[in-house]
Design a protein around this ligand. Structure first.
Ligand code: GZL
Length: 326
């Protein structure tokens, strides 16, 4: 009888240690100071911006002693869905997702919700039919980035120009939003017209290829401005413009989004003109949210804004370039 009682007490203790407070908040009965475990599904390594985002999230986890389960999806949604399911199976404390495209997430987000594992969206948003499928979005307002780009064109180029547009990954939040914001502003300036628009998938190689096609098109001599949804595509386009015998930054004014160091260098050299910053270094903000949730039981806020500016030849110096973290 005594043995049975001992067995019962021990088994109850094991259960208490391993149990996690079902709302995912502060762990009660759990081992004090148990490592926070975070699953992160990253899109890929398609651009300098993306690589900086990965560095920020990996380095900050290591600095804080957080166990990070990292998955690189090679820009494929099916790989991200598999990764999220794996994080659910491993019962992580929080799932972070940088969704490659905006749709197709309902089922897997419902599975995470059923498993009571909060999901934090990093960098890009999703379109879902019901509330409560994710807890927070940490990242930029890409629609406002598009507006900022258009306002810069009006202030620095004027009211009349043919515009070529290099669109980001088709169906991605930033591509949809940067286009929407830019068009929202230029619609009141009829002399500013988007005369060519095609996706370069946020990569340098495809940005170059598409710009080459633009420069062989019947409209080639009407292109006075290039608006690229990210710096990597703009950097590829600069190569194409030079190979076509034109002067980037002068014959064609170049504006893009991200604010990567390579683009700062091009603006300093006069080969590009403006970059609208989109800050990838969100690791610290992300883990502040997760730690206050797991350690202090604080609710996860629905939105955390990135801090970013607009950079051109007026505020880029060699010192600024040298100080860029990405
Ligand atoms: C923007 C981010 C975009 C960057 C690109 O928030 O999702 O993805 O602008 C990156 O460089 O590929």
């Amino acid at each position: 009888m005594k043995k049975l009682l001992t067995l019962f007490v021990v088994s109850m203790m094991v259960f208490a240690v391993s149990c996690k407070k079902q709302d995912g908040g502060v762990q009660e009965g759990g081992a004090q100071g148990a490592k926070i475990r975070v699953g992160f599904s990253q899109i890929g390594a398609e651009s300098d911006w993306r690589k900086a985002s990965t560095v920020s999230i990996q380095e900050e986890a290591a600095k804080r002693g957080i166990e990070l389960l990292f998955s690189d999806a090679q820009q494929k949604q099916e790989n991200q869905i598999k990764a999220v399911r794996s994080f659910i199976a491993q019962d992580v404390d929080v799932i972070c997702l940088a969704p490659v495209v905006a749709t197709g997430w309902e089922d897997v987000l419902k599975e995470a919700k059923a498993a009571k594992i909060p999901v934090i969206l990093i960098d890009r948003k999703v379109t879902v039919s019901e509330d409560g499928l994710y807890s927070c979005y940490i990242g930029s307002d890409c629609t406002e980035e598009g507006r900022k780009a258009a306002r810069w064109v009006i202030e620095n180029v004027g009211e009349n120009a043919g515009i070529a547009e290099l669109v980001g990954t088709v169906g991605s939040g930033p591509a949809i939003e940067r286009k929407k914001g830019f068009e929202e502003i230029i619609k009141d300036h009829p002399g500013l017209k988007i005369i060519k628009s095609q996706s370069g998938d946020f990569t340098r190689s495809q940005g170059k290829e598409v710009m080459e096609q633009f420069l062989k098109s019947p409209e080639k001599d009407q292109i006075k401005v290039l608006y690229a949804h990210n710096d990597d595509m703009a950097l590829g386009a600069i190569q194409a413009i030079e190979e076509a015998g034109k002067v980037p930054g002068k014959d064609i004014i170049i504006i893009s989004c991200d604010g990567v160091k390579e683009m700062f260098k091009m603006i300093l050299a006069g080969k590009a003109n403006c970059t609208v910053e989109c800050n990838p270094m969100i690791g610290p903000q992300l883990y502040d949210v997760i730690e206050s949730y797991k350690k202090e039981g604080q609710p996860i806020p629905p939105r955390v804004e990135s801090i970013e500016g607009v950079f051109d030849s007026k505020n880029i110096t060699q010192e600024v370039v040298d100080g860029r973290r990405y």
